[in-house]
Design a protein around this ligand. Structure first.
Ligand code: IMP
Length: 430
């Protein structure tokens, strides 16, 4: 299959970075199509840990990386990330990083609005990453955003920016009680950004069309997860983009029929950062244990992640919405040592059993997970390289996840390192 997508099947942080890094070895181009530097992928290569927020994780495999039009880009973060990667020998060639000319810029006022609005929400805060993601997508939809193509237009850019800064400052100071952003500083900073990034800006839809037409293998890397999708997630506790596979078409400018195999990423249990519903959340010592053994702290904000049992309702939802062909199950090793492991098979809502996630905010708060209990195992898993190397109960657990979600496993991860992986099916070959 020339095009493969890796999509989060839960609330993000499923371990996409590691899996994209592994699959990127087989790809010719790696593409991000939504989100921004709210994503954070931790990559462990050898003894070095690298966290990338904006540049596709495939960068460590030396593959050309594309930031599609659907991504919102904080150019200062991008420059910092690019330069840090360059210092380690990656992205040596300017051609290896491509940014869509239609991608929207996250500007200082977006970050200021994000933070001021969360402060204003108080107890009802969404728990955003504070990176200005939401306000930038709002401007995009309000047809008030600034794109890379605008930044490169020397004639019109200064006036466009002045107009935007004036309006946003009014909103920031008069409605949100924030501090105004000085226009001259923003303009100077933007002009420096233009000099630093202009060389990477292209029409990425045209580039990807040519790449696919010539049989090059393209890997699409999702950010966040299905339950954070602005339409299909736990609204309003979601991110502000569509995170499902359908967003590849709009966010990378690639027609739906070009997308081949879709891999859904899920942990062997569930986590979420930020506020919002989480039916299988564990507030007891089992939850604390998952958090500690799984090192469950956000790659972007360092916040502790909430932890709970595997929720098959959520992953079935992801299978339906994304058209999942296979699962990549991560962190199976973290479950080692639990005598019994629970898996949520359905919910109970007001005395009735339901199989899909309800939309209503109040209803979601009332759902109760229906659990099935499976026997645990005590053996370490990090040396397993095939399913046969796993203890019987771990194999049985993986099988249960497949049966409950209706999706076969393509990959099972048993440790943070690249080699600590059971690769059952290479999606580029299927
Ligand atoms: P925003 O994307 O910064 O607007 O944050 C909205 C919600 O999405 C918050 O609950 C964040 O914690 C969550 N979120 C955003 N990006 C990620 C991610 O990459 N992993 C997990 N949660 C995320």
């Amino acid at each position: 299959m020339p095009a493969v997508a890796v999509i989060g099947a839960q609330w993000g942080d499923e371990g996409k970075g590691k899996v994209v890094d592994i699959l990127a070895e087989h790809a010719d181009v790696v593409v991000r199509f939504q989100g921004g530097n709210n994503a954070g992928h931790t990559l462990v290569v050898g003894d070095e840990t690298t966290i990338v927020h904006l540049i596709p994780s495939g960068v460590l495999q030396g593959k050309p990386c594309v930031i599609g039009n659907g991504v919102v880009v904080d150019p200062w973060v991008l420059i910092e990330e690019r330069d840090a990667l360059r210092a380690r020998g990656f992205l040596a060639d300017d051609d290896q990083l491509k940014i869509s000319d239609r991608a929207h810029l996250i500007l200082p006022y977006h970050r200021a609005i994000d933070v001021a609005r969360e402060t204003m929400r108080g107890g009802a805060a969404i728990g955003t990453t504070g990176r200005g993601i939401g306000p930038t997508y709002e401007d995009k939809m309000a047809r008030d955003g600034i794109r890379f193509a605008d930044l490169l237009d020397e004639q019109t850019f200064p006036d466009m920016l002045r107009d935007a800064v004036e309006r946003k400052n009014r909103y920031l100071t008069e409605l949100l009680g924030g501090t105004a952003i000085p226009f001259d500083n923003v303009l100077d900073d933007c002009l420096r950004v233009r000099d630093a990034l202009a060389v990477h800006v292209i029409d990425s839809s045209v580039f990807l069309d040519k790449a696919l037409a010539s049989g090059r293998r393209v890997l699409f890397e999702g950010g966040q997860g299905t339950m954070l999708d602005v339409d299909h997630g736990t609204y309003p506790f979601v991110t502000s983009s569509n995170t499902v596979s359908g967003a590849i078409s709009t966010g990378a400018g690639v027609a739906p029929d070009r997308i081949g195999t879709v891999v859904g990423m899920c942990k062997a249990y569930t986590t979420r950062v930020g506020a919002g519903p989480f039916p299988t959340e564990l507030l007891d010592e089992d939850g604390a244990r998952l958090q500690k053994d799984g090192s469950e702290f956000g790659a972007t904000t360092g916040r502790p992640r909430r932890c709970g049992w595997f929720d098959a309702v959520v992953v079935r939802q992801a299978a339906r919405l994304n058209g999942l062909h296979g699962l990549a199950v991560t962190k199976l090793d973290v479950l080692t040592g639990f005598e019994k492991i629970r898996v949520c098979t359905a919910y109970e809502l007001d005395g009735k059993r339901i199989d899909s996630f309800p939309a209503g905010r109040a209803a979601v708060e009332r759902v109760r997970p229906v659990y099935e209990e499976l026997p645990g195992w005590s053996e370490q898993l990090d040396r397993a390289r095939s399913l046969d190397d796993l203890p019987k109960n771990a194999r049985r657990y993986v099988q249960a996840l497949e049966d409950l979600t209706g999706v076969p496993s393509f990959l099972v991860s048993v440790g943070a390192r690249r080699r600590e992986t059971i690769l059952l099916r290479n999606p580029f070959a299927s």
